[in-house]
Design a protein around this ligand. Structure first.
Ligand code: URA
Ligand code: SF4
Length: 257
């Protein structure tokens, strides 16, 4: 994969690239030029989130993989296929889901034969630098439920001390949505040793079913009331602050109401 030589210094935060009065379309375009961290030289392109701007569920992975980096779209590779199966099994409509990642560039290194690109876990500084994109996506989509896939997403959104292993499949309080759930990353299921693979997938699907059941419960009336709210209020309050201060990484939403 050839890529242009890029030598400009990273600025330290994606907040420096967020456009005024952002929409998902504007953000996606702006993110293509992000130099918030050094990963901008690493991947082929920025892989921004994808899905309806009124999705009920916002799913956050770690970072694009090899397939996503080439396609420029999140969750199109093997992990995405498993994720789709889990949505199906949980009765979650794909039209209700926005998928994105905590970090929007593929971080990789060459394998020993210099043939394959091997995934490398993003570090805390890269996750922090990229967070403003994710915050903007959440502010615009205003999901009812956030689902964190794996430790990187969970720690980015639910706090450093959050343990996926201890709290998977549990509804967690968050200011970012009505509720958040965390589960393992689908790639961990795919990497499980063959004798554990079926069980790992079953557990992953069971976690996703809990999300599905939560959505069904919300359908009992509360959802209709929420959907009737004007959907611009919080976005302008939140994104304007983030944009002006230039340091949106610590911003939280003050309320859902
Ligand atoms: N893994 C992720 O975390 N995100 C993707 O988009 C693909 C694989
Ligand atoms: Fe910007 Fe995120 Fe890519 Fe870093 S990983 S360059 S912060 S989009």
């Amino acid at each position: 994969m050839t890529k242009p030589k890029r030598t400009a210094k990273p600025t330290g935060s994606a907040a420096d690239f967020i456009p005024p009065r952002p929409t998902l379309t504007k953000l996606r375009a702006a993110a293509q030029h992000c130099r918030g961290c050094d990963l901008y030289t690493c991947g082929t392109q920025t892989v921004f989130g994808e899905g309806p701007s009124r999705a009920r569920v916002l799913v956050v992975g770690e970072q694009p993989g090899d397939a996503e980096d080439k396609a420029g779209r999140p969750f199109v590779g093997p992990s995405g296929k498993l994720l789709d199966r889990a949505f199906d099994a949980a009765g979650i409509d794909r039209d209700d889901v926005y998928v994105t990642n905590a970090v929007k560039h593929f971080k990789w290194a060459k394998d020993a034969n210099a043939k394959r690109r091997i995934h490398k876990t993003p570090n805390a500084g890269e996750i922090r630098a990229c967070r403003p994109w994710l915050e903007q996506e959440i502010a615009i989509v205003k999901p009812e439920v956030i689902v964190c896939l794996g430790a990187t997403a969970a720690k980015s959104l639910l706090g450093k001390s959050f343990s996926v292993m201890r709290s998977r499949g549990v509804a967690v309080k968050t200011e970012l949505a009505d509720v958040a759930f965390a589960t393992v990353h689908p790639s961990a299921v795919l990497r499980a040793p063959s004798d554990e693979r079926a069980r790992a997938e079953k557990m992953f699907i069971a976690d996703m079913r809990k999300v599905g059941r939560y959505l069904e419960k919300l359908d009992g009336g509360a959802r209709k009331a929420k959907r009737a709210e004007p959907r611009t209020r919080k976005l302008s309050a939140w994104s304007t602050t983030a944009h002006r201060s230039g340091t949106s990484s610590e911003s939280t939403r003050s309320s859902r109401g």
